[in-house]
Design a protein around this ligand. Structure first.
Ligand SMILES: Nc1ncnc2c1ncn2[C@@H]1O[C@H](COP(=O)(O)OP(=O)(O)O)[C@@H](O)[C@H]1O
Ligand SMILES: [Mg+2]
Length: 508
């Protein structure tokens, strides 16, 4: 009789149940796997054979046995080594060497030749699908147990090798379900850079505060060594904590990318990703075969920092347009379209020209006008239209450099950001929006009313071509955030003009 055990596969970040059926019959020796296996699944035969041998049981390599493994649904591509464990158990059951109730269990794990179980990617997604399908028990490599145990109401059994799994299934040993206290991994410490350490740059700090409060995109421009990189790295210190739902959302991405460890099974701080300017499009936005999340997805609910912005390849920068607008990225894959989340705050930094000293009162710029034009071309057009706050980060004077700046410590600014976020949460409690930057046009109409004087000001900018239609909506959202930071129900003229001041820098 064929045996049947359950396993699971990931498609993008989501998991799906896979049935592993094994039939053993008499005939000429043959071991085949059907159901669109990739090379790693094909090679499972060798690992499974050796691992079973290590337990002392009979492995599927005798001369008179035909073994057929079917992975269903048959039309879904099966990738990776995670089916080793269910295939081994399916074979042992079909060849009547072991017996257990396979109904309510999901098995995942790669086998080493000596029978040890190796960690796999995506444990959190497997735990989620197990819970969703009301399957009470998930059996997987010990190293992945803490990750899966983040999902409550599920029996997570972490095992070290094939022999231990067999003994457990046959009732010879007990293994208690893995439990973790999530609080122990939720660290309250944020980034190690405090805004208070950075001297001067009040305008930039104010822009950072607004960006953090409403999750707006930001570009900093200034000569080398004025603190742009430092300012960007301080942003996580003023962002609010992730909620538990957000922690799961982000952790799932890192789990599927194989970036978690036993010691750190959960991402509890907002991600800060700073890919190098030589990064490829696939590395930045995701892709490859099988498609993997890129930096923009790894930055979900956190910050994507593009330092030396104009040095990035043009196509790579252009590919950011869709995710910046939609908060998701769609990657094409053979017959599927995979969608990954990508709600991040874009923070970019740039010098004014290749040498860095254009318009500097003290130093002379050594760039030719064509070099400057080429450099600045990347700082214009559709991508720039998606930046909300443009801010100058100039050289600062000695007096400012030696003074401390207690007014702008991260903890003070973070308090204000937190209050502004609470106002937003309340305002959007019935909408599918968390922060001001996510508002779409009907919500902007509803929540960003302005008075006649403010309307006149905006009209001037739009009619003179200084503000695009997208820019117009973005300015209103930033003004909403500035009003929230002041706990003002209405957007006042001052709020709007401050928002505009950060916007129109792009035209200089
Ligand atoms: N405003 C500032 N306050 C304190 N230190 C600064 C400031 N600006 C620059 N520095 C110092 O200069 C170094 C380089 O700054 P960085 O942020 O890398 O500059 P940029 O990215 O603008 O070229 C920092 O590590 C820090 O030691
Ligand atoms: Mg820098």
């Amino acid at each position: 009789m064929p045996s049947k055990v359950f396993s699971a596969a990931t498609v993008g970040l989501e998991a799906q149940i896979i049935e592993v059926e094994v039939e053993v019959s008499h005939g000429l020796r043959r071991f085949s796997i059907v159901g669109l296996p990739d090379k790693a699944v094909e090679e499972s035969k060798e690992r499974v054979g050796a691992a079973i041998k290590s337990t002392g049981l009979k492995s599927p390599h005798s001369q008179t046995e035909r073994v057929l493994v079917s992975l269903a649904p048959a039309d879904l591509k099966k990738e990776g080594s995670l089916y080793d464990l269910p295939i081994a158990l399916g074979y042992l059951t079909a060849s009547e060497q072991i017996k257990f109730d396979s109904q309510d269990k999901i098995f995942i794990g790669e086998l080493a030749l000596d029978g040890k179980l190796r960690p796999i990617k995506g444990a959190l997604s497997f735990a989620l699908v197990a819970k969703e399908k009301s399957c009470p028990e998930l059996i997987l490599p010990q190293a992945n147990a803490s990750e899966a145990a983040l999902i409550k109401g599920l029996k997570v059994i972490g095992v070290k090798d094939l022999e231990q799994v067999i003994k457990y299934l046959e009732g010879q040993i007990q293994i208690s379900p893995f439990k973790i206290e999530t609080e122990q991994f939720v660290s309250l410490k944020n980034s190690s850079i405090d805004l208070g350490w950075i001297k001067g740059q009040q305008f930039a700090k104010r822009a950072l505060e607004i960006a953090a409060a409403g999750n707006h995109n930001l570009l900093m421009e200034g000569p080398p060594g004025t603190g742009k990189t430092l300012l960007a790295k301080a942003i996580p210190s003023i962002l609010p904590q992730l909620s538990f739902e957000e922690i799961l959302e982000v952790t799932k991405i890192y789990s599927a990318s194989g970036l978690l460890s036993k010691e750190k099974p959960l991402i509890s701080q907002r991600p800060f990703r700073s890919p190098h300017h030589t990064s490829s499009e696939a590395a930045l936005i995701g892709g490859g075969n099988p498609p993997r999340p890129g930096e923009i997805t790894l930055a979900h609910r956190g910050v994507l920092f593009l330092d030396e912005f104009p040095e990035f390849h043009r196509d790579v920068l252009e590919s950011l347009r869709q995710p910046l607008e939609e908060g998701t990225i769609t990657v094409l894959r053979a017959r599927h379209r995979l969608t990954f989340p990508a709600k991040f705050m874009l923070v970019a930094a740039t010098n004014p020209c290749p040498c860095g000293y254009r318009n500097d009162p003290e130093r002379e710029c050594t760039c030719s006008s064509s070099q400057v034009a080429k450099y600045r071309r990347k700082l214009s057009g559709p991508l720039m239209d998606r930046i909300d706050l443009f801010v100058d980060v100039p050289q600062i004077k000695y007096e400012k450099l030696v003074n401390v700046d207690p007014e702008h410590s991260s903890s003070k600014i973070k308090d204000g950001v937190k209050k502004a976020r609470e106002i937003q949460r309340e305002r959007f409690s019935l909408e599918k929006v968390l922060v001001n930057s996510e508002m779409i046009i009907p919500q902007i109409k509803k929540y960003c009313q302005i008075d006649a004087k403010s309307g006149d000001l905006l009209r001037k900018f739009v009619n003179s071509g200084k503000l695009s239609a997208r820019g117009y909506h973005r300015v209103l959202k930033v003004a909403r955030t500035i009003a929230d930071l002041e706990n003002s129900e209405n957007i006042l003229y001052d709020h709007l003009s401050e928002a505009l001041a950060y916007r129109i820098q792009e035209k200089k």
